[in-house]
Design a binder for this molecule. Structure first.
Ligand SMILES: [Zn+2]
Length: 483
């Protein structure tokens, strides 16, 4: 490890796991959870529910966007089709009718091209729009954490709508809300997108993040939950508002210094009661879990999406592997990465970020994420964007996946598209170029398999189609029927 071990907080109990030490020492698995109930990490259950599969009570959220205009037809001809099934790109045509992809591959006939808007490939790559699994439309690009709480609600609503459009402008057609700075901001934007009132990606809404008052990362945007009753009430209120998933802030964050990444903020009782209340209403639960204990609590009580997962131990990794068909991990690497590399201009020196522990955490997290990939655990992009040094529009998680995690560009793109469809609970409708899927597509000027950083810069996206409608078309002439 290259980080300065003295950067570890005095109460750090991180033990280097076997994928770092390369030793064969078997992990000691706990036999009971924190509530004293027996716990089998390989056959995990909670309240009789099998934790290796999604809770059958979860609902399938609507992802439909209303179409107000006339029925349209779009044809991409002679494009390199990167379909996100894992198959190598191949040259062919793709036909879109109304909001769906109807034909993929081969050559479209003159009849099929009749009346269609035609885009020619000319060496470009057609792929699914991307997913961000850790989205905060309402993070205001503020230069401090508390700054996120300062915008008045009217400006904040407009700002959030603009963020939604920015994601779409950058080729993101699926966003999964990871907390909303005010309770209803996410759901209002989701409703407006689904009604066809504003442009934006398909979106699943979150509420304000929840934490006990003394464990809140940013007090001004946190709903305080101290007791089982508090968290049950919160979950029910969010469900009543039409929110899709809720967020528990279960560990600290190095930048806070007083509440470190390795500190755990939720009691086992609170996690267990919160997940049960959310699942009973069909809502999923996400956790801000940097500490090993918080990751383990997430797994023992049924959290569905784990964010960060930095300080994972051997025993917790084994438990996560057993639940890999149910749980998604989104590390949001861009926040620690940019806090180390880009925050200086905003008054947060590199030396300060290193002293706070970000270099250490990033290095430990990267090793853990590589191990997760090796074990087939689903790791998704999604970057916690919306601070001054990680502003909206600078989305570059797939680049991090290749450059920091050593993923192949193809694996990064599948994680950034097809896994998105799974996260949105619509794996056959979203994230792949297959007949019957929604036409949420991007035409990339170049080959992202040769240069993944093409996807980090929106000027490389010549065409963006959302729900079968052209959102952007640049460097392409519109034509009709060329065969
Ligand atoms: Zn976040």
């Amino acid at each position: 490890m290259r980080f300065d071990p003295t950067a570890a907080p005095p109460n750090s109990h991180w033990v280097p796991p076997t994928w770092i030490t390369k030793s064969a020492k078997p992990a000691a698995a706990p036999s009971h959870n924190g509530l004293g109930d027996s716990w089998d990490p390989i056959h995990p259950t909670i309240n009789g529910i099998d934790l290796t599969k999604p809770d059958p009570r979860l609902r399938f959220p609507s992802i439909k966007i209303k179409e107000h205009g006339m029925a349209s037809s779009i044809a991409f001809i002679n494009v390199n089709i990167l379909d996100s099934t894992g198959r190598a790109p191949y040259l062919g045509d793709v036909l879109v009718k109304r909001e769906k992809i109807v034909k993929v591959g081969g050559k479209l006939s003159a009849e099929e091209l009749q009346g269609a808007h035609i885009f020619e490939g000319n060496g470009r790559t057609l792929m699914s729009g991307m997913v961000d699994a850790h989205t905060h439309f309402s993070w205001t690009n503020a230069p401090s954490l508390e700054g996120l709480a300062e915008m008045p609600i009217e400006e904040h609503t407009i700002f959030s709508a603009k963020s939604a459009q920015t994601f779409l402008d950058c080729g993101y057609t699926m966003c999964f809300g990871a907390a909303s700075a005010k309770e209803r901001l996410d759901v209002v934007i989701k409703n407006a997108i689904q009604n066809g009132d504003i442009p934006g990606p398909r979106f699943l809404a979150n509420g304000k993040e929840m934490a006990p008052a003394d464990g809140a990362l940013i007090k001004g945007i946190t709903r305080f939950v101290e007791t089982k009753e508090d968290i049950e009430r919160a979950a029910n209120e969010l469900a009543d508002m039409g929110i899709d998933q809720c967020k528990f802030s279960m560990s600290g964050e190095e930048i806070l210094e007083h509440l470190r990444a390795e500190d755990t903020t939720f009691s086992d009782e609170l996690v267990a009661a919160g997940v049960e209340a959310a699942h009973a209403r069909g809502m999923r639960v996400c956790s801000h879990a940097r500490s090993d204990e918080a990751i383990m609590q997430s797994l023992q009580y049924g959290v569905d999406v784990i964010y960060h997962a930095s300080f994972i131990s051997d025993a917790t990794m084994d438990a996560l592997e057993a639940q890999k068909d149910r749980v998604f991990v989104a590390p949001a690497l861009n926040f620690p990465y940019s806090t180390l590399h880009d925050a200086e201009a905003f008054g947060y020196a590199v030396s300060k970020a290193e002293a706070a522990g970000y270099a250490r955490e990033l290095e430990i997290a990267i090793a853990g994420l590589k191990e997760m990939r090796r074990r087939g655990i689903k790791v998704l992009p999604g970057g916690d964007y919306g601070f001054a040094w990680t502003p909206h529009g600078g989305y570059r998680d797939l680049e991090h996946f290749v450059k920091l995690l050593g993923m192949t560009p193809m694996d990064a793109i599948v994680a950034g598209t097809a896994y998105g469809g799974e996260l949105m609970l619509h794996p056959n409708d979203l994230g792949k170029i297959i007949p019957g899927a929604y036409a949420d597509l991007i035409l990339v000027n170049g080959n992202p398999l040769e240069d993944i950083s093409l996807l980090s810069h929106k000027e490389n996206l010549d065409v963006i189609v959302m729900n079968g409608r052209v959102h952007k078309a640049e460097n392409v002439g519109f034509k009709t029927c060329s065969r």
